[in-house]
Ligand binder design. Sequence first.
Ligand code: ADP
Ligand code: MG
Length: 161
Amino acid sequence: PSLPYPIRLEGPVCKGFGRGGKDLGCPTANLPDDSESVEAMRGKVDTGVYYGYAKVFPGEGSTMREEDAAVLPMVMSLGWNPYYKNERLTAEIHILHTFPSDFYGHQMKALVLGYIRPQLDYVSREALIEDIDMDKQVGLNCLAREGYTRFAQDEFFDVKP
Ligand code: ADP
Ligand code: MG
């Protein structure tokens, strides 16, 4: 059984577990482990690294800049969360964009469009960082292909969650 692309994800950006993320130069906005859209992937898709588009929505009375509340390329790591005895799926989204500040609590939507690679165990921090850089390039190349750029205009992103 598998889920067809695009896979639609949405939910509030929540606190992660501080592993990976900013200290690797790659902050990942986490969706709640128990959110419906993340749970829908259980048993239907492989863990690993995916690419697609994401959008962060401004909150009530938020002064978020237009360029930050846009549909942007992303790479997502989907894995079993060791903090919950590997019983929960965690979706962590790195948006390929420089934000002026954190956006915890904001609603986020993502369209997952394809798979890059399985999750690996890394022996060194350097090897991990190298692979993350490669993932970002692969993701951007995949999104630039004909038939994929149109997803940035998908009406899924027009509706605030
Ligand atoms: P956590 O363990 O709480 O997820 P991270 O080190 O992964 O911590 O940082 C994630 C947070 O960084 C996000 O929730 C978001 O608020 C912020 N952030 C800033 N820039 C980005 C970006 N380009 N992509 C994803 N998150 C970002
Ligand atoms: Mg994170």
